[in-house]
Design a protein around this ligand. Sequence first.
Ligand code: ASP
Length: 408
Amino acid sequence: MPHKHAVILLLLIVAGVLAGVAAGWLWGPAMQSVAWLGDLFLTTLKMLIVPLIIAAVISGVASLGDVRKLGRVGGATLAYYLCTTGIAVFIGLVMVNLIQPGAGLQIGDGEIPQKVLEKEETTAVDILMSLIAPNLVAAAADTQLLPLIVFSILFSAALTTVGGKGAHVIAFFNGVNEAMMKLVIWLMYFAPVGIFALVAARLGKAGGGEQFLAEITAVGWHVVTVLSGLAIHFVVLLLILVFIAGRGMDYLVGMLRALFTAFGTASSSATLPLTMECVRENRVDDRAVRFVLPLGSTVNMDGTALYEAAAVMFIAQAYGVDMSLGQQAIIFITATLAAIGAAGIPEAGLVTMIIVLNAVGLPLEGIGLLLAVDWFLDRFRTSINVWGDAVGAAVISRLMRWNNGKEG
Ligand code: ASP
């Protein structure tokens, strides 16, 4: 897409978000009448995800060449994900200790929210098991992306070992990948309207501006803690972008369309097609785009990790339970795991939080405290999730170029 078009589109998307907030604020529930427009956008994005991920990962892994390179790039990618997720959780814990958002909060007899009741069994082992699915078609139908990614990596690695016959198949998936990216570019033009509708309808569902404000102020310090933590992590990632990936502010500007889409959809998986397109336009090594981003969209969730740690500590404070340093270390580890296990869909983090709560013996009813504002905070943490993936792609891309230089 020519540069001028990208700028115009970005301005329209920003206008869409602002108009969505204004309309949802003023007209409240009436704005649910435009929900179908948002759903149309979201559904079309989702339609692209499965073929895009399969084609991108297969052609991306194949383009790395030999399997040893896959090991190196894969290792570096996972190390980056773990480090940045760890930093995010740490920031969340520091902020929640400083601000103490739950102290002095009055809590009544809560009930375990329905969403949580349905999922009570999630454990760390489940996260490991979610890497593989017995039936790929069923996984695709449920948009369980991780098994598809794992299969595509293995399949592509196998293709590179079977010579000429494999090359035809790789060429096929290269073509599919290019065509999918074309579809993404076409769909981008619908983003301003789609995001407007998504934001307006969701704020409308929350009852409009006044009701929303009342809900937010009830747990105001929790909102302040999470948003300021996310803002700090945003800056940390920016520093990583500048000092480790060697990129400038133009990279951030190039990513804004994807970040606003993440805000509108609250789903990093649904945003993935746009993330890939923006990173590609940002001249990141194409191999990193195709391999690092699909994996990152399901595994690397800095915003979610930060949120889970802060939210669980908030619940502990609200119940008057003191968390020792040892228990906070457990939160650190389980929040990282819970973020890895969370799917890139709206409010997934709320459900995987069970792992963290169980690990430190806090009541699941505590999640009820967060329900009213979770959809709102979800949008910010999803944007940070996508930002983390985008910075990761830039870091890995630099690493690959540096490595190539060394080899060449
Ligand atoms: N909505 C988030 C995402 O898609 C996950 C979460 O934190 O709930 O990235």
